[in-house]
Design a protein around this ligand. Sequence first.
Ligand code: NI
Length: 169
Amino acid sequence: MALYPIRTYGDPVLRMTPKPVVEIDEKIRVIVSDMIETMYDAPGVGLAANQIGVAKQIAVFDAQDDLGPRVMINPEIVELSGEWEYEEGCLSVPGHAWTIVRPAFARVKALDLEGNEVEYSGDELLGRVLQHEIGHLNGKLLIDELPKRERKKALKDLRDEALGLASYE
Ligand code: NI
């Protein structure tokens, strides 16, 4: 068991598309267990492997429902519907949250740790977590979901912060 440091905004690993997992072996099981530990320690409701610098299609999540911690390996969104506005944050963009509109409901196909095909589906928080983590596994970040004008402002804030120009209230 090990905690990983979480990569933050500006780290190029967050913008790459990790490779699918070919074989679910002991090494993968250790990574998943470490990812769950790192997610709870943060604390967060989801974590994608590239957020800890591991270039593999793996994400873990716990949407605070009775499912508990879950893993999705090589996940794929198969259905989206509705619309839901939610104040969304990301462990890789600490200290920020934006009101983001995404589909309310998501259905996802993935593999579990035994290599079985599993499906997760839900709306509101679970639907959002599924979409957010799969976004990471496509090299996307939550700010990419903002409308153009708000996205520009968010990028400027993050740039200013990186340069030490942020004004803290
Ligand atoms: Ni995130």
